[in-house]
Design a protein around this ligand. Sequence first.
Ligand code: C2O
Ligand code: CU
Ligand code: CU
Length: 447
Amino acid sequence: LRSADGRLQIKLSAARGQVRIAGRDAIALSYNGSLPGPTLILQPGDRLNVTLENSLGDPTNLHVHGLHVSPQGNSDNVLVSIAPGEFFNYEYRLPVNHPPGVYWYHPHHHGSVADQVFGGLYGAIIVQDPRPVPVTRERVLVISDISLTGGGSTATVSAMEKVMGREGALVLVNGQLNPALAARPGERERWRIVNACASRYLKLRLDGQHLQLLGLDSGRFQSPKDVEEVLLAPGNRADLLVTTGAGTAILQALPVDRGGMGAMLGGNNGGGQSRTVPDGTVLATLYVTGAPAATPGPVPPQPAPRDLRATTVTAHRELVFAMGMGMNSGGMDGGMGSGKMSFIINGRPFDPTRVDTTVPAGAIEEWTLRNTSPMDHPVHLHVWPMQVVEQAGQPVDSPEWQDVVNVPARSSVRVRIAFDDFPGKTVYHCHILDHEDSGMMGLIEAR
Ligand code: C2O
Ligand code: CU
Ligand code: CU
């Protein structure tokens, strides 16, 4: 795959066809016939060439979520549209100081992102550490959800589910239902976890095991942080160390209250065929048995993360995320099911011909992300990570870097962003993909 000059070449073919899901044959979307698609392992400074072949019946494209690469031309350009039957050659150049961590790829064709991701199009990207973390094993866990009909094809989604953000009846880990993971006591495993669900939040627990978070998204703590659970909004990733203790441990996702439209829309539509324990959905089971493993060496301290709190901000902006019932010719529509719900930022739905936010390259900005609606919105900005400095008006003690930041219902979050390195146009949006497709997205241009 990798040539001597650090150039990698891969072909991804997006198609609808027969795949194995949850141990049975199903008809779904996939890259290269498997779900998730292949994991791309990169190093800072790499140049990655991807030929995307569109064998779907609809246009698509490719987005490398979280990578700090150019949004222009044939790179991470979400304005590209690849027609059915066509190819597109992407080239991504990672800066030599690109942050290590877990990233992912998925389609970003406005209007069909939720259908294509929920249908099976996603895969993990790893950017390796310049100074490796000593571990006994690495696992990549891509968590996704999907709903299949009795015949094994992807189920259709109602208008109400789209308003709420669709959640699949099956919650899969690497395309499987409750896979068995095996380890010996005393191992230090590194779990790279991707929340590839279209809308589902994952509050993960693995009781009985010692969990330490290296970081979320591209962010890193200086030393791993002990945690009992990890909350991943759609699009977030966790880089987690698991020090194993003998016994059987269940990786479960606890229910998350992400708001809603009240009784009219009901609650979460999950459950279905996934096995559940009293308080959560079983994702995987870890069996730790046998002779103890040799303990790996200490985790080297990470470089101190950049802290923009000490920096002079060049501009303040506010983005208001709102939902409302659209008006039709007869006035307000009667029912939630028939009315058109609008998803807007600063009063307007996405328009690919309008630049909503222009920032000078090199600017350091503070953005207030305000949510006036009764549901949480996980806000994602491409290319440039965000440092979360304030939540609901309270300063955050140790501000972390993330590329998806959850903004709770009727609340706000303040972030700082350094518009380094790349001019060009890209987007910010809600990562509940049905909301993005419904218009909760804006164009940003750095120049
Ligand atoms: Cu995960 Cu705009 O994308
Ligand atoms: Cu993204
Ligand atoms: Cu949303």
